[in-house]
Design a protein around this ligand. Structure first.
Ligand code: EPS
Length: 386
């Protein structure tokens, strides 16, 4: 089973991920991972922290002479900002300094609930781990997962479809266009006109001390028919993808395919009719299902739409209560992103890549890539003949 854990604080020494169940024989280079780490760091609207960090992965185990060995893969990313936090993030009891405690919880963050639940006087013990900095480790795991999928011609792209109410129009664009235009865009969007308006919205929000959320789309191309299962609630591919997306910091909603719009139109305009020719086999002319029917991939593109809330660390004061004095205060912060939707889209790719790789390896299971390829090819032959 492919699985991973991450560890590490936002201003701690490093982020760590241990990925278990990676098949042996997979080519893996640090550059495969560093490309995605860099993509995650980009985006108009990011704050000062991104000029401190230039995320690079180190592979500490599970790879020898450029190939995975089947042993757990350890990935680490150092936090450059740690140099400025040595005392504040010290693990030594003699460095305890109550004067630096954070006691003012930010609305919308894990601060208040986490501090009560974990019985912490210092909110920093919560916010360091709830921070979206952790997504760098998840992107590293996602890049490794993409390497697995790449062997089977499964690719994943993302595009930002809305920021702060400005919507991108991507209708009529094919996969390659969406990828190319989004990759060149500072906001990872495939609509250049909308991009200009999105930037203006971000500038305005910044001037007002505010933050902006938005939506992004993930497209998985090349997933074979039959990933996931209709037979049990916890085997359904859409359920797994939705959980993976909702686990990303600040994501508040997920749709597959037509999603919430299904509520507005009759069934005759929702369900994707089935056709057959000898050459093509079974095929569809529409993809409102977003590539998943009955909890299983149906071989069409898997389309996932996600919404990210505006970042809750604001320059504009929001009312809150100091946990030490119980007195109201108006929050003021020193440093924050205004908008991180383009970064979240890259994290979404990673989350989808891991889930698809995991369920793919369950279906075509083996300890080594060669045998998985044999299993996969024989299944593909079977599906072709049906
Ligand atoms: C974050 C706050 C900011 C972001 C951070 C997530 O960090 P800082 O408090 O150091 O300014 O920059 O995101 C990252 C560091 C990152 O790599 O994405 C938060 O509170 O979630």
């Amino acid at each position: 089973m492919l699985r991973y854990l991450t560890a590490g604080e936002s201003h701690g020494k490093q982020l760590t991920a241990i990925v278990d169940g990676v098949p042996a024989g997979l080519d893996l280079k640090v550059d495969d991972i560093n490309i995605d780490l860099k993509r995650r760091q980009g985006g108009y609207g990011r704050g000062g922290r991104m000029s401190i960090e230039t995320d690079k992965v180190q592979i500490l185990s599970g790879v020898r002479f450029g190939k995975t060995t089947g042993a757990p893969v350890t990935l680490i990313i150092e936090n450059k900002d740690y140099a400025n936090w040595l005392k504040k993030m010290s693990i030594l009891s003699e460095d305890l300094d109550k004067s630096i405690y954070v006691t003012k919880p930010r609305p919308g963050h894990a601060d208040l609930t986490g501090s009560i639940k974990y019985d912490q006087e210092d909110i920093r013990n919560i916010l360091e781990r709830s921070s979206a900095r952790e997504t760098a480790a998840r992107v590293a795991v996602g890049a490794l997962s993409k390497r697995i999928l790449d062997e089977f011609n499964i690719s994943i792209i993302s595009t930002v479809t809305q920021i702060g109410g400005v919507k991108a129009n991507i209708e009529g664009l094919n996969h390659a266009d969406i990828k190319r235009i989004s990759e060149e865009s500072e906001l990872r969007t495939a609509d250049n006109d909308a991009e200009a308006n999105m930037k203006a919205r971000i500038d305005k929000a910044k001037a007002n001390g505010d933050s902006l959320g938005g939506t992004f789309q993930i497209i998985v191309k090349g997933a074979p028919l039959g990933l996931g299962s209709h037979t049990q609630y916890d085997k359904k591919l859409d359920a797994k993808l939705a959980a993976a997306m909702m686990s990303i910091q600040a994501i508040k909603g997920v749709e597959i395919g037509l999603g919430f719009k299904c509520a507005e139109v009759p069934g005759s305009r929702v369900h994707d009719e089935i056709f057959y020719t000898k050459d093509k086999g079974y095929y569809r002319e529409t993809n409102n299902a977003g590539g998943i029917e009955g909890g299983m991939s149906n071989s069409e593109d898997i389309i996932i739409n996600c919404v990210m809330k505006p970042i809750p660390t604001l320059y504009t004061p929001l009312r809150s209560v100091d946990m030490r004095t119980k007195e109201p205060f108006e929050a003021a912060v020193e440093r924050s992103d205004v908008c991180a939707v383009p970064a979240a889209a890259v994290v979404g790719e990673a989350a989808a890549a891991f889930e698809i790789a995991k369920i793919f390896l369950e279906k075509f299971s083996s300890d080594n890539i060669k045998e998985i390829k044999r299993n996969y090819n024989s299944y593909k032959e079977y599906v072709k003949k049906v």
